[in-house]
Design a protein around this ligand. Structure first.
Ligand code: CMC
Length: 392
């Protein structure tokens, strides 16, 4: 038609204006609401960062108390929704279980679905932040055939999640403060990343005025793919395979650059970063500390570091400006904490939740909001006459 521009993958097209997260991919800079990720990772907490992303400012002590308290009071799941988990096979991947249960919140909490009612939006925000960790823990419990635990609201969000995941109903559970702190920090690193695939999905679904729960469920599905959040699981599987087969980092990098069977170095490369992903730098440091303390698989860490070194000195990766991304070292930490590989992307979803909510809300506060409706360049037949079945 002459007026449509083609930009596959939105490589060069801004889909929206946004004041939430700033990335300079050339310089390796990431800031939430202007605050450098390094400072937030070191000094803040996941709930404080969630508040910052959603409401635009760091909370005062009273605001943070109120926010934390509200979330504490919504961690329980409706008893009927708990039974929903029984319908899944024991060996189900926890990501479809998570996205289905999050979508089902629309059925169980119908008093907070109206996107144009600020009170309902606030209630669905709190419900999501409070209930997603409970759902995530139940998805894990279901997969190992263990009983579900009710939330213990004397604990904070991350401690509660760890207890519901690894604890047992009749036994006291000691939360390891090192693990809780490291997990909280990893959630901060994942909390937002502007218009990535899952956030764009949340916005697109939400642009039709679909409710917040169902929009976030769409985002979880987008996150599952191995090119996006699923990469953290794919990295560990790659490392396990190299260890099992006894191959070297150099051999693997050779396979990747020869594009053998389309094999990629998972956890490397990023659409926006053409420099070291600042999150990866923080995660790498944490991997050393946590694995040192918890006695994780040093051999896998060695393979990962050898892969990184081999890639960063190889022309293929240098020419394409491919660096480790956030997913390269996270899996090693999650495994050392005791999470099975299949839970890794669920942890990413827990972290990304406040970002999804912030973007959905920012979009709805925009009075010029239009339904997302991309155009296309049509390449099919122009017009042809219908042929009767007997003549085909
Ligand atoms: N291993 C080998 N080659 C790669 C890789 C990789 N990990 N990443 C990019 N390339 C190559 C790609 O084949 C292409 O080469 P050529 O020009 O010869 O065709 C070139 O680099 C440019 O890559 P692209 O695929 O056009 O870049 P993109 O911006 O479309 O894709 C990406 C970005 C993240 C999907 C991609 O780098 C990738 O698939 N990485 C592996 C998966 C991964 O780690 N994903 C996590 C991303 S970060 C966190 C998150 O979003 O979850």
């Amino acid at each position: 038609t002459g007026y449509t521009t083609l930009d596959p993958g939105f490589v060069n097209t801004a889909s929206t204006k946004s004041a939430i997260t700033y990335i300079d991919g050339e310089a390796g800079i990431l800031r939430y609401r202007g605050y450098p990720i390094e400072q937030l990772a070191q000094k803040s907490t996941f709930l404080e960062v969630s508040y910052l992303l959603i409401y635009g400012e760091l909370p005062s002590a009273t605001e943070l108390d109120k926010f934390t308290d509200k979330i504490r009071r919504h961690t329980l799941l409706h008893e009927d929704l708990k039974r929903f988990f029984d319908g899944f096979p024991r060996n189900a991947h926890p990501m479809p279980v998570l996205s289905s249960a999050i979508n089902a919140l629309s059925a169980y909490y119908q008093d907070s679905l109206d996107p144009d009612d600020p009170e309902q939006v606030e209630l669905s925000t709190i419900r999501l932040l409070a209930k997603l960790p409970t759902i995530a823990a139940y998805a894990y419990k279901k997969s190992v055939g263990q009983p579900f635990l009710y939330p213990d609201n004397s604990l904070n969000l991350v401690e509660n999640f760890l207890r519901m995941t690894f604890g047992f109903p009749a036994e006291p559970y000691e939360v390891d403060p090192e693990i809780a702190k490291a997990l909280d920090m990893l959630l901060i690193l994942h909390a937002d990343h502007e218009q990535n695939c899952s956030t764009s999905t949340v916005r697109l679904v939400g642009s039709s005025d679909a409710n917040l729960f169902t929009s976030v469920s769409g985002g979880i599905n987008a996150l599952w793919g191995p090119l996006h959040g699923g990469a953290n699981q794919a990295v560990l599987e790659m490392l396990d395979k190299i260890k099992e087969e006894g191959g070297t980092a150099g051999d693997f990098v050779k396979k990747v650059k020869n594009k053998e069977k389309g094999v990629k170095l998972m956890g490397f490369g990023h659409r926006v970063y053409r420099n070291y992903d600042p999150r990866a730098a923080i995660v790498k440091e944490t991997a050393h500390t946590i694995l040192g303390k918890l006695g994780g698989d040093d051999q896998l860490l060695d393979i990962a570091m050898a892969l990184e070194e081999a890639a960063l000195t190889d022309d293929y990766f240098i020419e394409r400006k491919l660096y480790p991304n956030v997913d390269f070292y996270t899996g090693l930490i999650y495994r050392a904490m005791g999470f099975p590989t299949r839970m890794f992307t669920v942890l990413f979803a827990m972290g990304r939740l406040p970002g999804w909510i912030a973007h959905w809300r920012e979009m709805h506060e925009d009075t010029t909001l239009k339904i997302g409706r991309p155009r296309q360049i049509y390449t099919g037949y122009t017009e042809r006459d219908y042929k009767e079945l007997t003549t085909r």
